[in-house]
Design a protein around this ligand. Structure first.
Ligand code: NAG
Ligand code: NAG
Ligand code: NAG
Ligand code: NAG
Ligand code: NAG
Length: 273
């Protein structure tokens, strides 16, 4: 799983959660440490989860999915996780026998990223969003994490042809394992997508809920996206089952999602019990 680490160079946080006293696994973003999650840890304990069951994932631990599958959680619940929501989704899609009940994605660029953020400037100081596709949609570029989910709405063909992570995971590019991946992903019981307009990092913020830009950089909501309409990887099935929950909150900057009690109470708590 060393490769998984490479995908995740953005501070997004995700919970892969198992309900009702099953282990709760928290995946933090690359620029966080477990100490940043003290508040969330406290919130979760309040609803009767023992602290033993809450893992504050460290970067290296996150990449050892197999050990998590086997020893730690016994037969109850094989939670899988990784550093960010996209990587977590990848694991849920590619791992045939996972037993994750609720997948709570906390402001994660599920539909990709297209924006000049601080992270982008840090990684590619000499590039702006409009020309990053020159780098990203190449074999070398795809070795850089943000390029794996860089989704340039003006170069959709190149994205679909070149993205070795997001386009594959979304089954936007044909892949012999698509059917199996969709079945694996649909093992989850609930998909909770949390995001909000004041995030400041995920661009467009609606990407956290599978909305994204069209060619004119107008945001098209999830339900009008091709991946949803064609049910490429199970989103529409989840929606039809009533298992797709969107929770939007204004006034929360990216780094505060996990420590905001209102967010916890409104968007997370009820999916843990
Ligand atoms: C949860 O914890 C509270 C406070 O410790 C306790 O009063 C309550 O009975 C617990 N609920 C369950 C279902 O264990
Ligand atoms: C994408 O791939 C298809 C099929 O291989 C090819 O016909 C098309 O020209 C490619 N488009 C771009 C922009 O690379
Ligand atoms: C499809 O699954 C097979 C067997 O699990 C694996 O060897 C192969 O690499 C997968 N293909 C892709 C494109 O991931
Ligand atoms: C984008 O804008 C152009 C010019 O205004 C328009 O012709 C086109 O239909 C728009 N595309 C979409 C997908 O709305
Ligand atoms: C927490 O969330 C609430 C509701 O969205 C928001 O009004 C508040 O500003 C947030 N607080 C912080 C510190 O982000």
């Amino acid at each position: 799983m060393k490769g998984a680490c490479v995908w995740s160079l953005v501070a997004v946080c995700v919970l892969c959660v198992c309900v009702a006293y099953k282990p709760v696994i928290i995946i933090h973003g690359l620029f966080d440490t477990s100490a940043d999650f003290i508040n969330l840890h406290r919130f979760i304990n309040l609803v009767n989860h023992s602290s033993d069951n809450i893992i504050m994932c460290l970067l290296l631990l996150l990449c050892v999915t197999k050990s998590i599958k086997s020893a730690r959680f016994g037969l109850h619940c094989k939670c899988t996780f990784s550093i960010c929501g996209l990587v977590c989704r990848g694991i849920l899609s590619t791992l045939p026998d996972h037993n994750v009940h609720s997948f709570i994605s906390l402001s994660s660029p599920q539909a990709g990223q297209y924006g000049d953020t601080d992270y982008l400037k840090y990684l590619f100081p000499q590039f702006v969003k409009s020309n990053l596709y020159h780098v990203c949609y190449t074999a070398v570029g795809q070795k850089i994490s943000i390029c794996n989910y860089w989704n340039d709405p003006h170069h959709r063909d190149m994205y679909i042809n070149s993205s070795d992570y997001l386009a594959l995971l979304n089954n936007e590019r044909a892949n012999p394992n698509s059917t199996a991946w969709k079945q694996n992903f649909l093992r989850i019981k609930k998909l909770v997508l949390i995001g909000g307009a004041d995030d400041g990092v995920i661009t467009p913020w609606q990407s956290s809920q599978f909305g994204f830009y069209d060619e004119n950089e107008t945001v098209v909501e999830m339900k009008n996206q091709k991946v949803f309409l064609m049910d490429f990887f199970g989103l529409k099935t989840l929606y039809a089952r009533g298992d797709l929950i969107l929770c939007s909150m204004a006034g929360v900057a990216h780094v505060f999602w996990h420590s905001n009690e209102t967010v916890y109470k409104t968007c997370i708590e009820k999916w843990l019990t």
